[in-house]
Structures are given as structure tokens and as C-alpha cells.
Design a protein around this ligand. Sequence first.
Ligand code: CGF
Length: 812
Amino acid sequence: MSQPIDAFELRDAAAAQPAPTPAQFRQALLRHLQYTVGKSPQKASLFDWRIALSHAVRDHAVDPWFNATRRTWDEDRKRVYYLSMEFLIGRLLEDQAINLGLREVVVQVLGEFGLSFAEVAEGEPDAALGNGGLGRLAACYLESMATMGCPAYGYGLRYEHGLFRQHFENGRQIETPENWLATDNPWDFTRPEVAYPVGFGGALAEHNGAWIWSPGSQVLASAHDTPVVGYGGKWANTLRLWAAMPSADLFDLNRFNAGDFAAASEPEALARSLSRVLYPNDTTDGGKELRLSQEYFLTSASVQDILRRYLAAHQDLLKLPEFVAIQMNDTHPAIAGPELIRLLVDEHGVNFDTAVQTVTGVLGYTNHTLLPEALERWSVGLMRKVLPRHLQIIETLDTQFIQLQGSAPDPVRLVSNDQVSMGDLAFATSHKVNGVSALHTELVSKDLFPVHNELHPGRIVNITNGITPRRWLKLANPSLATLITDTIGAGWETDLERLRELEPYADDPAFRDAFGRSKRQAKEHFTGWLAQEHGIELPADALFDAQVKRLHEYKRQLLNILWTIAHWQRIKRDPQAGWAPRVKIFGGKAAPSYHMAKLIIQLINDVANVVNNDPETSHLLRVAYPPNYGVSMAEKLIPAADLSEQISTAGMEASGTGNMKFALNGALTIGTLDGANVEIREHVGAENFFLFGLTTEQVAERRAQPGHARTALEASQTLRDVLQAIAEGVFSPDDRHRYDGLLDAMWNSDWFLVASDFEDYDRAQSEVADCYGDPDRWQRMAILNVARMGYFSSDRSIREYMSQIWNVESAL
Ligand SMILES: [N-]=[N+]=N[C@]1([C@H](N)O)O[C@H](CO)[C@@H](O)[C@H](O)[C@H]1O
């Protein structure tokens, strides 16, 4: 195999290129339009301009990319490898232009052709290679690692189809395939020379005390690279996505010539299915064989690539932990432990125990959820069928783990009830395990891994999630970003704690006005887009109350829509009571097989249908549910919000990251003491946060009380009136019994304690209304939220990973 990309001679990229003048950039743009896209300015479509512009911007990413790659080699620096089944990237054009300091010159040059950057950039499909928070976190972390000069690779799968597209038919969610690769992807550098065979199934044989695995089938993993440029363009890392290719030409020409076209390409199709589509489950485990095969495909290709790069510069495999840190984004790549042990033992002759020690020194594992249904457990039968050698290794690790527990009567097992627990495996093969918020990490230690924690004190650390301020403020909210820079100067983009300098301005009426104007601008930008894209008209002067996240019962979109019905009923009872106009905005997809989540989506749309067409109330209350929520819609919606709904049942949302994005953009939060809400409230001040609901401990107590749902309902006339209206078919006149199942669950189980928290939520919502009625007070609280969100930068999170888990220095 030829010398891979990162070893060949580089044009002297060390000298950072000065930003191009408008004339130089104009020339580069026209050169790409003509020679890369093959169009003249007169004939060019918006698509042509976008591709040409992307190449002109991309050109400026290559030098810092080459420079970073060479310096890492030359200085033999330790590298971080972030393994994730998901990278929810979104669009890259504007993000890369900002990080390369090119946004202004792009806006000017496009203007010379009568084009706006926004209209050109709007055509880029989202790279929706993720489900929700976990995938977006991975994308924010890659951008922060590059900004921090942390030598790193992201490893993922190049799904042909990302997260499904969502649209509604009669209020019901309909899924259609997402097709981001239908047109040219200018950010993709194809690397055919970087390809690895990945084996599946087959048999094991013992030979001279060593185990030989002969896979039954093999697929080729072929690399596609995307540069990840840090803010300021001083460093760039690589996102390497693997595409599945048939290892040999499996196309059956004879069958084809015999007219059996489908059969002819079947073997090939099977190979390609490994990177065909993203599994659409967020915090639930599908447990399908293809999913396990996808996870192993990602992990094996990445680990082989990591070892190849290491051995190109080092001989001693036992020194791997000094030069390699692998972070497993949840248990999805947890097979990395057994895979690395297999390669060290079977292919490099390292002793088993030494291999385990070495591998543990390399691996870190991040847990993102406590939900039992999300903890991956693969059946022993399936593991034996797909990965027989790995199962052997896991069983040996299981035996060692039992021994470690000494005479414990009921030792924790990696393999039990005929299942392999990927969480326990990941913990046992990692030197550090982290939760994603302070509360979550506490629960991970106490409830999820108590025995592991006792056996390995100090292995569990907390690293609270973060978000990149480049995409989620500088890009998404240019008017607020400009106001901040005009007020405290530049630099906050890479030192977000500097936002604290805004605090005094909370008492400055002129600044409050300017702040209010930037929020108004963001609202008009969002409502303009919403009207044009979805035909939904919203009054920009209303209170924008938003809940946008995946649909899941623990996130309690149901609590939100039940309160909305109560609010509508109140307005109808007393329309002249001086209600503040409010818009309820929902956004989010349900996993296609998640029936109750899809029913809640239908209820929201059914309620919207009635409320929005009610002449008595539609000027005071609107419900909007634009379909297909994702990264690009979030960038428009979040800056426009006044109120951020973070209302999960306490103890169930590991962190949340939307909560951080809203607060950073000046929305006030109504929320429970769950996940990172706890820390947001600590940082912004309890007086600037609308808290309600049971705590994690109280949730456990309430669930233990039989009939708690009925008790809570009998204590709330308001909620009973709401459920009565639903039961009468007010929102589903054509199908009165549509919500019977949902109502029955409310009265008889209510596991997510919607009824128990309803009255307190209602109280908090009236505090919101009172506060919103006093604009100075509201603006003051909003400014203090922005000023105190510095801690939630993903740069801070990455700094903690670098020092507490990866032991890596910045190269900048
Ligand atoms: N899987 N998973 N977990 C999550 C999210 N659903 O993706 O990871 C996110 C990223 O850590 C968390 O913010 C969120 O609370 C948690 O539920």
C-alpha cells in the first residue's frame, strides 16, 4: 500500500497565507466557476456559484491542514481519535468561511455579482449524519479541537443517507430518505489509497496456542476526508468518514447477462449497506445485526488506520498510550477495546494481559444516557456469529473482571443473561469514563456503574458538555455577535468567559435597547424564512416560546402541549384578561418505530390546527411545528427565541445542549433541575431562570407512590379540563379515540410525571408571562444569561478532555 496522504512532501504551508484581497478572492471564485464547475457567471445557477465558492473557500483550508498534519508528524505529537457513529455537522460553507476569516470578503465579492451569501449558502444540504445531541456534540468538539490546536482525527461513517427527512401528512410524521450526496460535496477529499479490509463472521482455529480468525466475509472501508478548520485558520484537523465498498468486484456479470439484474448486484449491495443509512434512533438501541456490523466496520477501519499511522513512526506498541488517545462517543464504538486487543495479540504477538493494559491506557469512554433502553446489549449468539474472536476476548475480560471483584456474591458481569453489556465492557477497557453533566456523572457513578466505580476510584470524571460559539453565536446570530464585539471588542469567540464583560450593560438602557433590537432582527429573519419555506406566518412581536429537540417522552413535549391547551382554554374563558401574545414553536423528529412519540407529534399538530384557526384566540396564541428540524433550522430558530423549554423529567436528560444554545442567544430558560440545566442555572443565577418541578430524588419517591398519576390529576382541575377536551375529540373530531392510549397512560402510569409536574410548570409559566410584561426586567435577565454562558463553550470541555483524559498539549 502506497505511503498514505500524511507523509508526502508538502508545499511550504507553514507560512500562514494572508487573507486574500477582494480582487484576489474574486479571481479565485471566477477561476473555480470556470474551471472547476465549468460555467460562466452569466450562465451560473445558485448551485454553481455555491460549488465554485466552496472550492474558493476550501483552498484556504488546505494550507493550515497540511501544516497541522506535518507539524504533528515532525514533532511526533500525541493524537486524539474521536470515534463516533454520528457527526451532526450541518452545513460547512459559512462555518469554514468564518473560521478562515473570509466571511466579509465573500459577502463583498458575491455582492459584486448581485448575490447574497445567505441565498448562495442556503442551497447546501445539511450533513445530517447524526440523530441529535450526541452527534452534534461530536461536531462541536471537532471544531473546538481544531480551534485549540489539539492534533485530532474524527472517525465516522459516510452514510449515503443521513437522518431521514420529516414531513407531515394530516399531522402525522412521514419519513423520506435524506440524500445529501445527491449533488457534489465540495468538502469531501476522496482517499482511495486509504482503505482497509474489515472481516465478519467466519471461524476460529487454534494454532500453536494462538487463535486464528478466518472471517467469512470481508468489506473494504474506503476513506473520505473533510478538513476541520479551527477559528482563525491556524490549525485544521481531519474528519475521516468510511464508505463501505465491496472488497472485490462482486458484481455478478453472468447473472446480469442472464437478465437477473437484482441478483447480479445483490452481493455488492450487501457490502454497501454498511454505510448506506444512519439508524434513526436517539437514546434507544435498535439491536439489529446491521447496526452491530456498522459499529464494528467503523471501529475496525479506524483502529487499523490508527495503528498503521502509529507504526509508521514508532516500533514499541506498548508505548501506544503516550501517542494515541481514543475517545469512544458512547458505547457505539465500544468494540474498539476487543478489536485493539485482537490486533495487538493476534497480529503483533503482544501478551494478552499486557495488551489489555496498553489498550486501557489508550481508551476513554463517554456515557451519554442512563435510559435502560439506550444501553447497548448484544446477544452472545449474534456476537458469536458476527465477531467470534471478539466474543472470545470479551469472555476472557469478563472472567478477569469477576476475579477483580474477589468474593463478591453477585459480581457484575460483562456477559450475563446471554448478553454482552457494551457499557460494562467500555468501562472495563477504559482508563477514564465520563458523564456529560455534573448531575449525570453523579448518577453514572451511583446508579449505572457503582461496582466499577468502587473497583476503580477516580476512573469516572465529569466533563460537562459544551457548544461551539462560532456556529451557535457568530454564525447563527450575526446581529448579536456584532453588538457584543462592538461592546467588549473581539476575542470572545475563542475566550467565551469574556462575555462576563457584558454584565454591567444589563443596567444600561441603551444597551438593553440595542440588545432588544438584535433579538427583534433575529425574530424577523426567522419568521421571514418560516413564511417563505413553510408558509407559516408568525407575529414577530409575540413571545417566542420554543421546544426543539428529538421527540421523546422523557423530554416531555406532552407537558408543553397540554399546558398550551390549558392556556388556550384560559384565553377563551377570559379573552380580555390582557394576555401577552405567545407563539409556541415545536421542532423535532421521532424515531420511525417510536409509536407514542409519533402520537405526541400528531397531538401537537392537531392542537395547532384548532388553536391557530380559532378567531377568538389566534391573535394571542399560535402553535407552529415546522417539519424537518435540524442544524440549519436551529441556526435560524434559536436566535429568535425568547423562552427555551428544557422540561425533561429530572434525572433523565443526561445534559442537553440545546439549553446552552438558547441561553447563549439570550433566551430565558424554563426548566427542571435536570442535566446541564442545573449548571446553567448556577452560572446565570437562579433569579434569571424559571425553575419548576420535582428533583431527581423526588421523582424516585413519586414513582414509588402507587396511583401517583391519578392523585396528581385529581389535584389539578386545569389538567383534568385539558384531558377532558382531548377525550371529547376537540382536537381530533374525525377520530375521537385517537388519544385514548395516551390519556390512559396519563391516568394510570404517567412514568414521566407529566401530571405531577403540571401545576408547578403552570406556576412557572405565569411567572414567565409576568416577567415578559416588564421588558426592561426581561432584557436585563436575558443579557445576564448571555454574559454568564462562557463556561458552556465546547473549548472549555475540550480543554478538560485534553488535561483530564487525553493528556495532550495544544500545538498552538
Ligand atoms: N444518546 N444520547 N444521548 C444524548 C442525546 N440524546 O443525544 O447525548 C447528548 C450529548 O451528550 C446529551 O446532551 C443528551 O442529554 C443525551 O440524551
